[in-house]
Design a protein around this ligand. Structure first.
Ligand code: COI
Length: 354
């Protein structure tokens, strides 16, 4: 792999005690171009602006996908990548849905390992912090026909981050909407397509104006079943069961979602991936069986939910405190990620950066 090192690091300008999500970027980035039916030479170069033509197809027809993953400081000269193979599998699923080329595992892993070695000082060291990794692929052919692009760019950029929501680890508030939908079966809801996010900004903005952190999406056909939050998957602890919406084509198959289910099952908890109506959630709160609600995602990690609003009704949840189950899950996942507990799941990809 061709590596051009940055001549001057920007790291001394960074206040690692005040990290905002996705605002600053480490010194290097990975880049590869797909042309003539094949990925060309991979390259690492200093992070910086790229040039493109206004006729670049991604801008016009939205052939753009991304991933969100993290690397964790795991002691001197060691960085832990969390489930990179699973992230690549999801990237390639997204690529297939949008008629884009798949990326090879060996190229992806080498790119990540080299980036970690070069930008190791950018991996933040405090609990709750991580180096967020954003792989992104987009159509780069200059052409205005509404068709599949023949050329693509793939980048990996990294960003030291703390908590995703401004609430930190405090409970977030969610509202459903009857006006908008996120995804329909057969659409692109289960792909990590850039357009899924762009389409959710107006509803999220309206939710924000009403004082909510995010939208809790309901299914598009009946506006009845809970789907996800857009920036994370959703979990309900009802009685002794951990319930999360089933993946039926409209929900993003979260890697953290999968990790939560595995951990919970390993602890002997009964888990259910099924349709769960918003009425069932409210009924369980009324009958006193709803114990906790939390979201799970790479950026959000485990994020407790303190309020849910639906058609004029508010769910009575603990708006101040993190539930004990969400806390236990957060601690279990993060201690695996930071290498504090032994990884018996095979989720950690350690990188020796020494
Ligand atoms: C992630 O959790 O990594 C995501 O991609 C969600 C995001 C929009 C920040």
């Amino acid at each position: 792999m061709k590596i051009s090192r940055s001549t001057q690091s920007r790291i001394s300008d960074i206040n690692f005690d005040k990290l905002e999500f996705g605002r600053i970027f480490s010194d290097h980035m990975f880049q590869i171009t797909y042309r003539d039916g094949a990925w060309q030479e991979p390259e690492i170069l200093p992070y910086g602006a790229i040039t493109f033509h206004p006729s670049m197809m991604a801008l016009h027809y939205g052939q753009a996908i991304f991933e969100g993953m993290k690397a964790y400081y795991a002691g001197e000269n060691r960085v832990n990548l969390f489930r990179p193979e699973d992230h690549l599998e999801r990237l390639n699923n997204s690529a297939r849905r949008l008629c884009m080329p798949e990326m090879e595992l060996s190229v992806f892993i080498e790119a990540l390992e080299e980036l970690m070695k070069l930008d190791y000082p950018w991996v933040p060291r405090k609990i709750g912090q991580a180096l967020y990794i954003r792989p992104v692929m987009f159509a780069s052919e200059e052409y205005l026909a509404a068709k599949v692009s023949a050329e693509y760019k793939f980048f990996i950029i990294t960003s030291p981050v703390a908590a995703y929501y401004s609430e930190g680890f405090n409970p977030v508030s969610l509202t459903t909407t009857d006006t908008f939908v996120r995804a329909v079966r057969g659409g692109t809801g289960e792909a990590k397509a850039a357009g899924n996010y762009g389409g959710s900004f107006l509803p999220a903005q309206e939710a924000g104006k009403k004082g909510f952190t995010q939208v809790l999406w309901l299914d598009a056909l009946e506006l009845k079943y809970v789907e996800e939050v857009g920036t994370m998957n959703i979990f309900f602890l009802i009685g002794d069961k951990l319930i999360t919406p089933k993946l039926e084509g409209t929900v993003l198959p979260g890697i953290t979602r999968r990790s939560v289910l595995s951990l919970a099952r390993n602890w002997g908890l009964e888990t259910e991936e099924r349709k769960i109506s918003i009425d069932e959630v409210f009924d369980s709160a009324e009958s006193g069986t709803l114990r906790e609600v939390f979201g799970a995602g790479t950026a959000a990690v485990i994020s407790p939910v303190g309020r849910i609003h639906h058609r004029g009704k508010e769910l009575a949840l603990d708006t101040q405190n993190i539930g004990p189950f969400a806390m236990k899950m957060f601690e279990a996942i993060t201690s695996l990620q930071y290498g504090k507990t032994e990884d018996t799941y095979g989720w950690i990809h350690p990188v020796d950066v020494g």
